[in-house]
Design a protein around this ligand. Structure first.
Ligand code: APR
Ligand code: MG
Length: 280
């Protein structure tokens, strides 16, 4: 395995690359994002990712999920609109999706045949696509012009890459780098020190975050943040790097005054407005 050069994504780089929200902008300036998330046993994943996306710069957010999940989350994501059974409809070819500015798929969805078929279809669109959790599987990713972003934690990366847990823990940057080059994808290998490997060979390390994030739901929040940031950044890699940085920075802000044991994933989205502002 080749040992890549690792660039630490710094506060200065964040300040330099966060987008300006132009005074004359309207909701169409940022486009519509599509979030495919949530299912019968994990409706909360759609809520957490949805809240995070809504706080991360989108013009409009559409959440594709089950009717049951819509009923259970809609009162907390009032700003979103909903597409019932979107995953099934994408899988069977009856739902257009090429007009979205960015698409994220996977938080809380089952890794079943419907999800697989939907991902196959989504990969054909020239739209930035993020795959997480239930949408991550061992497959060949086609070469495409629009960015493909995969956000596995160590266990998911083991499953999709074939690297062993030991290899990933010992050489995370090398494993992510080699996978990103082979599959033409940006890999966000999540952990206490998240690695971002780009398909052009560059490898970054995040410098924020703490053990308050070691808790179910924080990954769903990150997926929503990256999705939202994709719609307001010019360069997709800056959207990823700034989302990962700010996600950790929110957790760092939380533990200044509160115990790391007690943070809830949705509180990241509540802290984001203040933390983001501090880098503008
Ligand atoms: N320090 C800093 N950051 C951390 C730490 C830590 N000690 N532990 C976790 N994190 C960050 C990761 O970098 C990542 O951004 O928290 C986030 C956790 O994301 P996931 O592992 O995807 O967690 P999440 O999806 O919310 O919950 C676990 O994943 O495999 C599935 O079935 C599993 O439902 C479970 C879910
Ligand atoms: Mg996860």
């Amino acid at each position: 395995l080749h040992e890549p050069t690792i660039i630490v994504w710094s506060q200065e780089m964040v300040r330099h690359t966060l987008p300006k929200r132009k005074q004359e902008s309207h909701k169409g300036s940022f486009g519509t994002a599509l979030l495919l998330a949530g299912g019968p046993v994990m409706p909360g994943a759609a809520l957490l990712a949805g809240l995070a996306a809504l706080r991360s710069g989108v013009g409009k957010l559409e959440i594709g999920t089950s009717r049951e999940t819509i009923r259970s989350i809609a009162h907390r994501t009032a700003e979103a609109t909903y597409i019932p059974d979107a995953l099934q409809n994408i899988a069977n070819g009856s739902m257009p999706f090429s007009h979205y500015r960015a698409i994220a798929c996977g938080p809380g969805t089952l890794p079943d045949a419907v999800t697989e078929a939907a991902v196959d279809t989504l990969l054909t669109a020239e739209t930035p696509l993020l795959l997480d959790a239930g949408a991550l599987s061992k497959r060949r990713y086609p070469e495409r012009t629009a960015p493909l972003i995969l956000t596995p934690h160590t266990g998911e990366f083991e499953r999709i890459s074939g690297f062993t847990q030991e290899e990933i823990l010992q050489f995370p940057a090398s494993c992510a780098h080699s996978f990103a080059l082979e599959h033409h994808a940006a890999v966000v290998l999540k952990g206490p020190s998240t690695i971002i490997a780009l398909p052009d060979g560059r490898v970054f390390q995040n410098s924020t975050g703490n053990s308050a994030l070691a808790k179910g739901g924080t990954g769903d929040t990150l997926t929503g943040m990256i999705l939202g940031m994709l719609t307001c950044h010019v360069r997709y890699e800056h959207a990823i790097l700034n989302a990962v940085f700010l996600h950790g920075a929110c957790a760092d802000e939380f533990i200044k005054t509160r115990s790391a044991h007690t943070m809830l994933a949705h509180e990241i989205s509540e802290l984001l407005p203040f933390v983001w502002k501090s880098y503008e």
